[in-house]
Design a binder for this molecule. Structure first.
Ligand code: NAP
Length: 265
């Protein structure tokens, strides 16, 4: 059994890293580790899954509770015992696959989202669902997110938060233009997992940015992108069921009256 740790560079994360290395009786190696610990927040988790897509992940939040961390620093000691005793269960987080046809053909998997953007110019895209034309989009770009990614960039764009157990993905506009001449749906569109979203270049200007979670690629001569549910998952471990609604409250509603009341109790 081999394990590796991807850690944020802060004091607490570094201390937890040393605690794990001291206690876990397995080989510490970046060469195809079976287990990867992510110490930090959701951003750290994204880095970890893109580096080691085949591993089983243990997300430990060393700051606020995130959407990809099932353990806190107070759990570390018992977690290590549980790993040795194999007392944990695995969940599967869905990924999106995006196939890009540009000067070069490329393929990526995303845990949060993919976006296609062109901040300096109006991006014109033909949007199709399962090869059926939906609309001609004009604006800055579009974001396509997973259920677990729905609380990230998608939420800032006015997209809906999706329950993680839903097998669905979401298309959200980034500053779509709406006038008497141009029209877009203007609301997030949530579709089930067996669908395909295709975006084709409608404008002459074809240099656009693709983002895949925390990565970005400059696409030259962009033609088309197809986004589907991937047939791969990210494997994440857990030993307790943190209520989805609690994660949402702890992430986004710290200042609401009810939460203040709960903190005082
Ligand atoms: P980052 O600093 O690692 O992440 C940006 C913020 O997004 C952090 O606060 C991170 O939480 C949070 N985050 C990431 N995944 C999340 C999730 N599934 N649910 C809720 N919050 C989440 O920056 P980065 O390296 O560029 O990360 C890329 C991610 O940032 C993208 O996948 C995108 O979703 C997000 N992003 C958001 C905006 C926006 O909201 N306007 C713009 C660009 C990118 P932690 O503090 O726990 O790490």
């Amino acid at each position: 059994m081999k394990y590796y740790i991807i850690s944020k560079n802060d004091f607490i994360s570094k201390r937890v890293k040393q605690q794990i290395i001291k206690k876990l009786p397995y080989e510490y190696s970046s060469d195809h580790p079976d287990i990867v610990f992510s110490l930090g927040g959701d951003g750290t988790f994204l880095k970890a899954i893109h580096r080691f897509p085949e591993a089983l992940f243990f997300g430990i939040h060393t700051g606020h509770l995130g959407f990809y961390s099932n353990y806190g620093i107070e759990d570390v000691s018992s977690l290590l015992d549980d790993i040795i005793a194999k007392k944990y269960f695995e969940n599967k987080l869905p990924l999106l696959t995006c196939k890009v046809y540009a000067k070069e053909e490329m393929q990526f998997n995303a845990l949060n989202e993919v976006t296609l953007i062109c901040p300096p110019r109006t991006l014109i895209l033909d949007v199709e669902i399962n090869n059926v034309f939906l609309e001609e989009f004009r604006g800055t770009g579009v974001c396509i997110s997973t259920p677990t990614g729905s609380t990230a960039y998608n939420k800032s764009l006015g997209g809906a938060i999706l329950d993680h157990s839903l097998d669905a993905f979401q298309l959200t506009e980034i500053a779509g233009i709406n006038s008497t001449y141009y029209e877009t749906l203007s609301s997030p569109l949530i579709i089930s997992k067996n669908n395909k979203i295709s975006l084709s270049a409608g404008s002459i200007y074809k240099n656009v940015f693709l983002t895949v979670d925390n990565m970005s690629v400059n696409l030259v001569d962009f033609k088309k992108m197809d986004v589907t549910f991937a047939n791969k998952y990210v494997r994440i471990a857990s030993n307790k069921n943190i209520l989805f609604i609690d994660r949402i409250k702890r992430s986004f509603l710290q200042n609401s009256k009810k939460n203040k009341f709960e903190r005082k109790k």
